[in-house]
Design a protein around this ligand. Structure first.
Ligand code: SF4
Length: 364
């Protein structure tokens, strides 16, 4: 069951993925290969697909980079979003080659005639356009020291682009308002949502490394999601984009915004723990993440991995099942707080994974 109500945005199709209007919040990532090297780009998209990425964005900086989009499209299942800056001819070429969504700011591409042509082609093939305003590239923002004025500058910039598309009667719009400052980003999304109901793509830009960026993104996106806003999310990390997808799912899962998956409850360990629980939890987490059918679980599962029998089963009694460390290298297996068996420590990972596989099979 979803915990938070959602702000009702306009429903939009990106390929066969629906966003907005109460649809699940979708996980997006972006490739970091050279898009002129289409084979590497395809390889990375397929890796992202494998681990559950639902929308993938690729930047196409020049005409050469667009030349193999249709080949990439043939080999992937998730929608492809083209990120294009300024040049409407590149954008037109990406549309021609079958992209599913375009990220471009119409106010940056020049004359109204160019916008008209672009909008006409996007409408013809039924693809949405994302307007993406980024604080780093908005000079006006440096005129203000106050965060609310910076947020307003971001929204004003987005609204300039939005109005251009609206004048052309183009309403399949997605908007992002990214800053690396959390307060500015939160205020900008809230302000925009008071003006329009277009779906919102969320992100804290230039968030940083896996560790720092995950924390910053979790805090920032957590606040925005708690405000009932957000239809797609991307975690910007200076890392392999696979990590972005992992973090995105953990954020959504921790806020009960996705109805599927496995939640791991584990204790911080203390002197009562007589074995390497940290290693076991990390191994279980890795194995779970690559199990595709677990992401599709209709009913989420909560598993517990606890360091000792003294407090473990009690503290984790909400878990569907779990293991707690016991004496003589043997842990106890419990279900909803009730002991149902035992497992030696070096078999915990396999035991947990085999139970999860059975649960996943039973839900298929
Ligand atoms: S469950 Fe046991 S080992 Fe883990 S923190 Fe609590 S008391 Fe310590």
């Amino acid at each position: 069951m979803n915990f938070y109500k959602r702000f009702q945005t306009r429903k939009i199709n990106i390929g066969d993925v629906v966003i907005g209007g109460g649809s699940p919040i979708r996980v997006q990532s972006m490739t970091n290969t050279d898009s002129r090297d289409w084979r590497s780009t395809l390889k990375q998209i397929r890796q992202l697909e494998e681990i559950g990425c639902e929308l993938v964005r690729v930047s196409f900086p020049d005409m050469e980079s667009t030349s193999n989009i249709s080949k990439i499209k043939k080999h992937i299942k998730i929608p492809l979003i083209a990120d294009v800056h300024f040049d409407y001819r590149i954008a037109l070429e990406t549309i021609k080659q079958g992209i599913d969504k375009l990220r471009i700011n119409p106010g940056n591409i020049g004359s109204q005639d160019k916008v008209k042509i672009l909008v006409k082609e996007a409408k013809k093939v039924g693809i949405p356009i994302r307007i993406g305003v980024n604080a780093g590239s908005l000079k006006e923002i440096y005129n203000f020291s106050d965060n609310s004025l910076k947020a307003k500058a971001l929204v004003d910039a987005a609204m300039r682009h939005v109005r251009i598309l609206e004048r052309h009667n183009f309403l399949d719009i997605v908007v992002s308002l990214k800053a690396s400052n959390i307060d500015v980003t939160v205020q900008a999304y809230k302000l925009f949502a008071s003006k329009r109901n277009y779906p919102l793509h969320l992100g804290i830009t230039e968030a940083g490394s896996i560790f720092g960026g995950t924390i910053k993104s979790s805090v920032g996106l957590g606040i925005i999601l708690h405000e009932e806003l957000g239809d797609t999310i991307r975690i910007s990390l200076t890392a392999n984009p696979i990590e972005e997808v992992r973090v995105a799912y953990y954020i959504l899962q921790s806020m009960m915004l996705r109805n599927s998956g496995v939640e791991i409850i584990s204790c911080p360990t203390c002197s009562r723990c007589k074995f390497n629980l940290i290693k076991i939890v990390s191994e279980v987490e890795k194995r779970i993440f690559i199990m595709k059918n677990l992401r599709k679980l209709v009913k989420p599962i909560r598993i517990a991995l606890m360091g000792c029998i003294v407090n473990g089963p009690g503290e984790a009694k909400d878990a569907d099942f779990g293991i707690a460390g016991g004496s003589n290298n043997i842990g106890i297996l419990f279900k909803k707080g009730i002991i149902v068996g035992s497992v030696v420590h070096n078999e915990w990972v396999d035991k947990i994974i085999s139970i999860l596989k059975n649960v996943a099979n039973s839900q298929e």
